[in-house]
Write a protein that binds this ligand. Structure first.
Ligand code: GLY
Length: 304
């Protein structure tokens, strides 16, 4: 399963824009299928799928990330392996085309779970990752969006022209979750965060249990939405706990998670979930969420 943001998506006014989003999601799903058909693991699949979404400038991650209060890109990402709960995460990084790959290096090449800012960038150098220039990330839409946010003195979400308190918003972030034929689960989430955010603000995406979670005994989860809501409700782990403690399947646990998110923090956004048996589910509190799935090797399905 993959997602590319939740919200009102009122910016998707014409059919061409909708097709553009959904084609991208379908292409990424098929890429993930191919990796696992060729024997790749769920972890490899989610890393590759998340990297493809980061490379697509229409999504708020990697190239096309939103800008902070200083007009700079600061990105967060995480990846988690359900086999042993190993995880890697980075926060407030810049000049890295694919933060999810840096998160993967944190998982495999370091003894830590999370590295931030300059320390994460030094680790990227140590791992031999290329630095890309700042202009690689900027798109005209993101520059305009920051201008609007500054005019309104607001923090804003992704690429709508509305603020966090409005109904008419889109919460950016991308995510990929997978179960491979060996029953292993993995999850990855990556984001530019929210428009005009304070320098140093970190959202839910790189926080294990909030924006990302994977455990072979329960499920894989990736979230998209207003990060503060997801951190406060620890939504990804909460959904996993519903499965572990109440023996729920993907659909039941997603519904229970969304009910909890709404009741406790009036949470804004959505989640994608695959349970240990390969059942796919999604839930949202916003009007829409760009997402898609391939269930039990079937056809790729894409949806707002
Ligand atoms: N969910 C993305 C963020 O709040 O940063």
């Amino acid at each position: 399963m993959v997602h590319g943001g939740a919200g009102a998506l009122d910016n998707v006014k014409d059919n061409r824009t909708a097709v553009r989003y959904l084609d991208s999601i379908r292409r990424v799903l098929e890429h993930g299928r191919e990796i696992m058909t060729l024997g790749g693991s769920a972890l490899q699949a989610v890393e590759a799928c998340a990297a493809l979404l980061e490379d697509d400038p229409v999504f708020n991650a990697g190239c096309g990330s939103v800008l902070n209060e200083n007009g700079k890109v600061e990105m967060d990402a995480a990846i988690m392996d359900g086999r042993d709960l190993s995880a890697g995460a980075v926060a407030a990084v810049d000049n890295i085309a694919n933060p999810v790959q840096l998160a993967r290096f944190v998982l495999t090449e370091s003894e830590h779970v999370m590295l931030i800012s300059e320390g994460a960038m030094r680790f990227a150098d140590h791992c031999g990752m290329d630095r890309v220039p700042e202009h690689y990330f900027y798109t005209p839409d993101r520059v305009e969006q920051l201008k609007q946010a500054r005019l309104k003195h607001k923090i804003m979400l992704d690429h709508d022209d509305t603020d966090v308190d409005s109904e008419d918003q889109k919460y950016g972030t991308i995510g990929a979750i997978a179960r491979d034929p060996f029953g292993n689960l993995a999850a990855a989430t990556s984001t530019g965060g929210i428009v005009n955010k304070r320098m140093g603000r970190v959202g839910d995406s790189p926080i294990v249990g909030a924006g990302v979670y994977a455990d072979n005994e329960t499920c894989a989860v990736s979230a998209t939405g207003y990060g503060e809501d997801f951190m406060r409700s620890v939504i990804a782990k909460t959904i996993s706990d519903f499965m572990f403690m109440k023996n729920m399947n993907a659909k039941e646990a997603t519904e229970a998670g969304i009910e909890y998110l709404t009741r406790k923090v009036s949470g804004r956004g959505g989640v994608i979930v695959i349970d240990k048996d390969g059942n796919c589910s999604s839930g949202l509190t916003t009007k829409k969420m760009i997402h898609g799935w391939i269930e039990h090797g079937g056809e790729a399905m894409v949806r707002f």
